[in-house]
Design a protein around this ligand. Structure first.
Ligand SMILES: NC(=O)c1ccc[n+]([C@@H]2O[C@H](COP(=O)([O-])OP(=O)(O)OC[C@H]3O[C@@H](n4cnc5c(N)ncnc54)[C@H](O)[C@@H]3O)[C@@H](O)[C@H]2O)c1
Length: 277
């Protein structure tokens, strides 16, 4: 068989949590461009509508659909699953992508409140609820469907910060008092490392049921962050630059398609070399 055939997603139904966000939309493009149906699921109705309108104009009506769902609420995921099974009869891929993303880089906001010693337990619970419990619920709901089908793929979106600790020096701001300095929140590390544990657990749990589970660890995407921050970050990256938002699409497609049919439990790092240093 032509090797490129393995990358085809024809008629495959791919659920993408946080599908209306920056990278969720890119994962959806990869799915649609390979012939699959991207099911964008997001808590934000406005962002979802905006994303779907863009995709429908670009790729046509049948290429995607949207579901407003809060992944911290298992019944909301069950409803989406029921609607998808009724419409398509199968669900082939789950991409656990949603997160409470701290957009602190370049922000003027005082982030002293999230320094480790001050980190509020309410924020800890909220972040974990989306990043870990949400992924757990989705894997429970869609994993059951896939295992009964005898085939399916779960892809967890971790981060370079699922492999290494954040270098807090790059978030520091000149002229800001020590107790007011911005830090990458502790939950980010815990969630992204935790997703790698979930990946290995699910990979082995489901191996004999035909369900594969892998993780990708992307590094920072350039999205208009301020120049000082970008300079400090890119100094830590051997390739000397942040990722372009399109640069994960082909790895995503590889991991969710039959092109990676003998891969499960793998952690694929795509980070411009950052974790080598
Ligand atoms: N952008 C980067 O530089 C980068 C780098 C490494 C890893 N990542 C990871 O990639 C993933 C996507 O990042 P992004 O930059 O697109 O983030 P984003 O903030 O643009 O998108 C996240 C989406 O998740 C949705 N969401 C939040 N809570 C939800 C909930 N309870 N239920 C359903 N949806 C919910 C948000 O509405 C949002 O649309 C995240 O897991 C992030 O940690 C991003």
């Amino acid at each position: 068989m032509d090797v490129l055939e393995n990358f085809k997603m024809d008629q495959k139904i791919v659920v993408i949590t946080g599908g209306a966000g920056l990278l969720g939309r890119k994962h959806a493009e990869a799915v649609i461009e390979a012939g699959g149906v991207a099911v964008l699921s997001d808590i934000s109705g406005d962002a979802l509508e905006h994303a779907l309108n863009g995709f429908k104009a670009r790729y046509g009506e049948g290429a995607c659909e949207g579901h407003i769902a809060d992944i911290t609420d298992k019944s909301s995921i069950e409803s989406m699953k029921d609607a998808l099974l009724k419409k398509y009869g199968h669900i082939d891929v789950l991409i656990n992508n949603a997160a409470n993303n701290p957009k602190m880089e370049g922000s003027a906001a005082n982030m002293g409140a999230v320094q480790f010693e001050n980190f509020p337990v309410s924020l800890w619970m909220d972040d974990i609820a989306v990043g870990l419990t949400g992924a757990f619920f989705c894997a429970q709901v869609f994993g059951r469907v896939m295992s009964s089908q005898g085939k399916g793929v779960i892809l967890n979106i971790s981060s370079d910060l699922g492999m290494i600790a954040p270098d807090q020096r790059i978030y520091r701001k000149e002229g800001v008092a020590e107790n007011e300095q911005t830090v990458k929140p502790v939950t980010y590390s815990v969630i992204k490392h935790g997703l790698l544990g979930l990946t290995k657990y699910l990979a082995t749990y489901y191996a004999e049921k035909g369900v594969r589970c892998n993780a990708i660890c992307p590094a920072g995407v350039w999205n208009g962050q301020d120049e000082t921050f970008v300079k400090k970050l890119t100094n830590l990256v051997p390739m000397g630059r942040m990722a372009d938002p399109d640069e994960y699409k082909s790895t995503i497609l590889y991991l969710i398609s039959d092109a990676s049919s003998y891969m499960t439990g793998s952690i694929v790092v795509v980070d411009g070399g950052r974790t080598c240093w």
